[in-house]
Design a protein. Structure first.
Length: 313
C-alpha cells in the first residue's frame, strides 16, 4: 500500500463509521413509525433535498450537473451509470426494516458478506473506475476473512426467533453496495464531480423508495405519527456524506479495498452503538469482539504489500 493511498483507506473507514450511524438512525425511525419503507423514503428524500441545495449553491455542483446533462444527451453517459440509486434504495430500506430488530453489528456482518463477494468479482472484471484489479492471494484471503467474521456472528444465541429472510437482507444489501460504489465511481469519472454523482444516486433511490412506500401504505395502511426528535431524520444527510466519499475514493482504492476499509469502520462503530444501545437481537459481546478482530485482520491481509516486504527482507 503506497503512502498516497493511506488517506484514502482512512476515508474508507470513515465511510463505514457513517454507514453504521445512519443504519441505526434509519432503523430506529422505522421502529418508531412501524414502517421501514416509509422511514427509508423519508431518509433518502431528506438527503436529496440537501443535495439539490448544494448542487444549486456550489459552482462545482452546477458544472457537474451541466456535464451530466450533456453526457446523457450525447449518450456519452450510459443509462446504467445512473442506476446506482437502486442499490442505495435497497440498503436504506433494509436498514429501516431490520436494524431496529437485529442491531447494527449483525446488520453489518451481513453486509460484509455481500461486499466481500461483490468487491472481488467487480474488481476482477474491471467494472469499477480503477479498471481490472487482479485477485491476488492476499486480496482473496482478505475477502475470505471478512466472510469468517460473518460466520462468527451466527454462533450467538441472540438469533432465536429471527426469520431467515431478515438475515439475508443485509447480505443482498452488501452485494448492492459494492455495485453501487463502483457505479457511482464510474459516473464520477465522467462528470468529474462527486456531488453530481451523489445527486444522481439519491434522485433514483428516492423515486424508487417513494413508489415502494406508497404501495406499502396503500396495502397495510398509514404508519404511526412521525416522532418529534430531529435526530431521527438525520439519516439522509449522513448518507449524503458517505456516498459522496465513496464516489470520490473508489478510483484510488478499488471496490474491494473501499469495502473492506468501510467494514472496519462499520464494525467498530456498530459494536460501540450496540453496547451503548442494545437491540433486541445481538450476537453477544464475545462474538462482536471476535468479529471486529477478524475484520481488522482482513483489511491488513488485503492491503499490506506482502511481496514488497518479502523483497525488503
Amino acid at each position: 500500500m503506497t503512502t498516497a493511498r493511506v488517506p484514502a483507506i482512512g476515508g474508507a473507514v470513515l465511510v463505514g463509521v457513517l454507514t453504521a450511524v445512519q443504519a441505526r438512525i434509519n432503523g430506529q425511525l422505522g421502529l418508531r413509525i412501524d414502517d421501514g419503507l416509509v422511514a427509508a423514503a423519508i431518509s433518502f428524500g431528506s438527503g436529496l433535498a440537501v443535495l439539490i441545495v448544494l448542487s444549486l449553491a456550489l459552482p462545482a455542483g452546477r458544472r457537474g450537473f451541466a456535464t451530466l446533462v450533456t453526457g446523457v444527451r450525447s449518450r456519452g453517459i450510459p443509462w446504467w451509470m445512473l442506476a446506482g440509486g437502486a442499490a442505495g434504495a435497497l440498503t436504506v430500506a433494509t436498514q429501516g426494516v431490520a436494524v431496529g430488530i437485529i442491531g447494527v453489528s449483525l446488520f453489518t456482518v451481513g453486509v460484509v458478506a455481500g461486499q466481500a463477494v461483490s468487491g472481488l468479482i467487480l474488481d476482477r472484471i474491471g467494472y469499477g473506475p480503477a479498471g481490472v484489479v487482479a485477485v491476488t492471494l492476499p486480496r482473496l484471503a482478505g475477502g475470505a476473512l471478512a466472510l469468517v467474521a460473518v460466520s462468527i456472528s451466527l454462533t450467538g444465541s441472540g438469533l432465536d426467533g429471527i426469520p431467515a429472510w431478515m438475515l439475508m437482507l443485509p447480505v443482498a444489501s452488501g452485494i448492492g453496495i459494492g455495485w453501487q460504489q463502483a457505479t457511482n465511481g464510474r459516473l464520477n469519472q465522467r462528470v468529474k464531480a462527486p456531488l453530481t454523482a451523489t445527486l444522481v444516486n439519491f434522485s433514483g433511490g428516492t423515486l424508487i423508495l417513494v413508489f415502494a412506500a406508497a404501495v406499502h401504505v396503500a396495502i397495510v395502511g398509514a404508519p404511526r405519527d412521525l416522532p418529534a426528535e430531529l435526530w431521527l431524520y438525520a439519516g439522509g444527510p449522513v448518507s449524503v456524506i458517505y456516498i459522496f466519499l465513496s464516489a470520490a475514493l473508489v478510483a484510488q482504492t478499488g471496490v474491494l479495498l473501499l469495502g473492506l476499509g468501510a467494514v472496519v469502520g462499520q464494525l467498530l462503530t456498530s459494536v460501540a452503538i450496540d453496547a451503548l444501545w442494545p437491540a433486541p437481537a445481538s450476537p453477544g459481546p464475545v462474538q462482536e469482539l471476535a468479529m471486529v478482530l477478524v475484520a481488522l485482520l482482513s483489511v491488513v491481509v488485503a492491503t499490506v504489500p506482502w511481496g514488497r516486504l518479502r523483497r525488503a527482507g
